[in-house]
Design a protein around this ligand. Structure first.
Ligand code: TYD
Ligand code: MG
Length: 450
């Protein structure tokens, strides 16, 4: 069936909508799902030659409300959202199972509810009993949150609307299904249909809707990635391997900066916002271990200092192993090639492992020099000089290129106790940290000898 022919009509005024909405946005009449579904089955919207005109709204008549935000009172969650929840927005929170999505959602729901916002929590994945246990553990067992133990999406949304909710949390998208489609819940058809209904629901009713979704490490095709283009904001928990640091990143945000990260710590009382993320990410930094290099990256609107760790061990394998976590394997290959050709450090007979502290995913090319330094240090098993950080993008020619916002990065490194930093030639001075300008990889490796 063609996409244009699908949809629902209001039984009172005939208003057309691509997805089920409890109350008609045109005439405010209530429609039950049965009536909607009937309409859809008996009369495809445009097949009879009768075209119902769409709704028009004058731009100037739309209320002008800049910056209206609903704070979740979880500082790092608000930061990733761009300053709080935007009323009527649709947010996707994804991540590996067990990373803390439900915990964060329940904490946010409780805080909002405690301040008088009506919050409905659709717990498709857990029973109300399990949710209550978790809430008690989080110290918010008495919060006035409305639970909806429902796995039919339409029924859940109707219940949330009936409860007068202005924030709806759906945990998770894989655990709800759209009635009338005979594909399995969590499959591609279900997800895209559920997404379309959620968009219509949040926009027509101005109800802020947050959906969680599991993303497997392999980035499962039928995962919530299908919803990314539909929603207003996509936040993913980056996978933390071990450790209690959890990083939530905005992959997309119509109302805030992308690549903004929130840093949390998983404690016995749920996720706590980390006030000083650089220090948390450097917590396990051991200045006397080989293969460890520190740099500062720009994530969204703030600089963060973090550590790159590498290990290189001799191997007899014909094709030595290259394992990267938190950075692309292709980038590891590239930097190893530059290191060999331009720096004279050959790792051809070694297995190489590289990772980033706190499970952060490195996107910023300004970290190249630090990765390279960590690899060189690992290959020679010589630690890098103490309190010395590295900043710079590395070109195939071996040249060390400037990074953007170098001043802010250097100020952050200085703040967390770094005294010296290798920087691309021409970087302006910053108080409190000695700059060691380098032109290329060879210069850099010379400056890094202890
Ligand atoms: P959860 O929020 O259930 O993950 P998701 O919804 O992403 O699958 O997180 C569960 C993990 O967090 C589980 O391993 C237990 C741990 N946890 C704590 O360490 N402290 C807590 O207070 C809570 C509620 C969970
Ligand atoms: Mg969960």
């Amino acid at each position: 069936m063609a996409r244009a022919a699908r949809g629902f009509r209001c039984r009172e005024c005939g208003w057309a909508t691509p997805a089920y909405v409890g109350r008609c946005a045109q005439c405010q009449a209530w429609n039950t799902l049965d009536q909607f579904t009937e309409t859809q089955r008996s009369g495809p919207a445009r097949s009879a030659g009768v075209v119902v005109p769409g709704r028009t709204v004058r731009l100037a008549d739309v209320p002008d409300e800049p910056g209206r935000r609903l704070s979740t009172e979880i500082p790092e969650f608000d930061r990733v959202l761009g300053g709080g929840l935007v009323p009527g927005s649709l947010v996707l929170v994804g991540g590996d199972p067990g990373i803390g999505k439900s915990t964060l959602m329940l904490q946010a729901a409780a805080r909002l509810a405690q301040r008088g916002t009506v919050v409905a929590y659709v717990c498709g994945e857990e029973s109300p009993r399990q949710v209550r246990l978790r809430a008690t553990r989080l110290g918010v067992g008495e919060a006035p949150v409305t639970l909806i133990p429902e796995s039919s999406l339409d029924a859940a949304l109707a219940a949330a609307e009936g409860a007068g909710a202005s924030v709806v949390i759906i945990d998770s998208i894989q655990s709800v299904y759209v009635e009338g489609l005979d594909t399995r819940s969590g499959g591609p058809a279900q997800l895209s249909e559920a997404g379309a209904r959620l968009v219509a629901f949040s926009k027509t009713n101005e109800i802020t809707t947050i959906v969680t979704g599991h993303v497997t490490k392999s980035g499962e095709i039928a995962g919530p990635r299908l919803l990314e283009h539909l929603v207003d904001a996509v936040l993913y928990f980056e996978n933390a391997e071990g450790g209690s640091v959890r990083v939530l990143r905005a992959i997309k945000n119509r109302f805030g900066a992308t690549d903004e990260v929130g840093v949390f710590e998983m404690t016995g009382e749920g996720l706590q916002s980390v006030e000083n993320p650089s220090s948390a990410l450097l917590e396990s930094h051991d200045a006397d271990a080989s293969g460890c290099a520190v740099t500062a990256v720009i994530e969204g609107s703030r600089p963060l200092a973090l550590e790159v760790q590498a290990l290189a061990v001799p191997t007899n394998l014909a094709s030595p192993r290259r394992i990267a976590s938190g950075l692309e394997t292709s980038r590891l290959h590239l930097l190893l090639a530059v290191l060999a050709r331009r720096g004279g450090v050959n790792t051809g007979a070694m297995d190489v492992v590289a990772s980033v502290s706190g499970g952060m995913r490195l996107r910023d090319t300004g970290a190249d020099l630090a990765i390279l330094a960590a690899l060189a240090s690992a290959a020679s098993d010589q630690p890098l000089p103490r309190a010395t950080a590295c900043l710079g993008e590395v070109a195939l020619s071996g040249a060390v290129r400037p990074v953007h916002q170098a001043q802010r990065r250097l100020a952050e490194l200085s703040r967390v106790g770094f005294k010296r930093c290798l920087v691309p030639n021409g970087t302006p001075a910053v108080d409190g940290i000695v700059l060691i300008p380098v032109r290329n990889v060879r210069d850099a490796l010379q400056s890094l000898h202890r």
